[in-house]
Design a binder for this molecule. Structure first.
Ligand code: ATP
Length: 297
C-alpha cells in the first residue's frame, strides 16, 4: 500500500521550473530512490514531500494526510543539515527529542554510543551522517527522507551508512532516498525514479531500468586455438566481431555469453582472459538522462 502519493507536483522559483509534473507512489516498507543530475528537482521534490515547501500545483499525501500535518510521521535529513560545531551528540539528541512526545534514541544502534559526549565539529564525516540519521529518526517516523546521505563520505563510511539504511528499513521505516550514486541506488533501492529537468524519465527497479536500455553486451577473450571469425558472426546473438591481435571482442545481445561459450566448447577451444561487459545502471542512467553522468562528489 502506498504511504507516499505524489500527483502532478509542480514547483517554480521565479522563472525557473524546478519540478514539472512529478507523480509517484511509494509503498510502505520500500526504499525508494530519486536519482538525477544536479538541478533536476530532486531536493525540491522531497522538500515538498517533507512539508517544508509548498507546491505550486499537484497533491501530496503521506499516509493519506497533507505533509504539513505529518510531523509525527516524517523524519527528515536534509542535504546540508549542519549543527553548531560545539553541540555535543547527547545534547543534539536531547534537543531533538524534546520536539516529540515519544522519542527514540538511535545512538546505540547507529554506533554512536561512545561518542555521546563528542562535539559535532569533532566528529568524522561518517559519524556526522550517523548523527544526522539518528536525528531524523528521533521522532520514531514511519517515513524517513534522506537527501544525499553519503555524499562526501569515503567508500568505507558510505558502505557503513548503507548498512544503517538497511537496518532502518528492517525496523519498519519507509525510506525516500535522494542519491547521486548508481551503486547506492542499485544496492539499496527497491525502485528508483530517474528525474531530469523536473520530470520523471523512468521509474522502475534498478534491474528494470537496466533492462530498458537496449544495451549491447561485449564478450572479450583470447581463443586457445585459431578460430574462424565467421563461425562467431554466424551466431544470431552476434552483431559484430573484432580481432585485435588475437584478442576477440564479440558484440551482441540475448544470451551472448552462452552462445559464444557453447560454440567454443563444441570446438574444444578455451576462452582465455574471458571478460564480459554488460549494461550497468550507470549506462541506463546516462541513456535515460540524455548524457548527464551521475556525479561522484
Ligand atoms: N530556493 C531556490 N530559489 C531559486 N531556485 C532554486 C531554489 N532551490 C532550487 N532552485 C533551482 O531549482 C532547480 C532544482 O533544484 P533542486 O535543488 O531541487 O535540484 P536537485 O536535483 O536536488 O539538485 P542537486 O543534485 O544539485 O542537489 C535548480 O535549477 C536550482 O538551481
Amino acid at each position: 500500500m502506498a504511504i507516499i502519493e505524489v500527483d502532478d507536483l509542480r514547483k517554480t522559483y521565479g522563472a525557473k521550473v524546478a519540478v514539472d509534473g512529478i507523480s509517484l507512489a511509494v509503498d510502505e516498507g520500500e526504499i525508494f530512490g530519486i536519482l538525477g543530475p544536479n538541478g533536476a528537482g530532486k531536493t525540491t521534490t522531497v522538500e515538498c514531500v517533507a512539508g517544508l515547501r509548498t507546491p505550486d500545483a499537484g497533491t501530496i499525501k503521506v499516509a493519506g494526510r497533507n505533509p504539513k500535518d505529518c510531523r509525527d510521521l516524517l523524519g527528515v535529513q536534509l542535504q546540508e543539515s549542519e549543527l553548531p560545531e560545539r553541540i555535543r551528540v547527547r545534547e543534539a539528541i536531547e534537543l531533538f527529542s524534546s520536539f516529540y512526545p515519544d522519542p527514540v534514541d538511535w545512538t546505540e544502534r547507529l554506533g554512536l554510543a561512545e561518542h555521546r559526549e563528542a562535539e559535532f565539529g569533532k566528529l568524522s564525516g561518517g559519524q556526522k551522517q550517523r548523527l544526522n540519521v539518528a536525528l531524523a529518526l528521533v521522532g520514531n517516523p514511519r517515513v524517513a527522507i534522506l537527501d544525499e546521505l553519503t555524499t562526501g563520505l569515503d567508500p568505507q563510511a558510505r558502505r557503513d551508512t548503507w548498512s544503517i539504511v538497511e537496518d532502518v528499513r528492517t525496523a519498519g521505516v519507509t525510506i525516500l532516498l535522494v542519491t547521486h550514486f548508481m551503486e547506492e541506488a542499485e544496492r539499496l533501492c527497491d525502485r528508483v525514479a530517474v528525474v531530469n529537468a523536473g520530470r520523471i524519465v523512468a521509474l522502475d527497479t534498478p534491474s528494470g531500468l537496466v533492462s530498458r536500455v537496449d544495451g549491447e553486451q561485449r564478450v572479450r577473450f583470447r581463443p586457445s586455438e585459431p578460430l574462424a571469425l565467421d563461425l562467431l558472426r554466424g551466431l544470431h546473438e552476434v552483431t559484430d566481431v573484432q580481432d585485435d591481435g588475437g584478442q576477440l571482442t564479440v558484440t551482441g545481445g540475448g544470451n551472448l555469453l552462452h552462445a559464444v561459450t557453447s560454440l567454443l566448447a563444441r570446438r574444444q577451444i578455451v576462452a582465455l582472459e574471458l571478460r564480459v561487459d554488460q549494461v550497468s545502471l550507470d549506462d541506463a542512467y546516462v541513456a535515460l538522462t540524455g548524457g548527464h553522468r551521475a556525479q561522484d562528489r
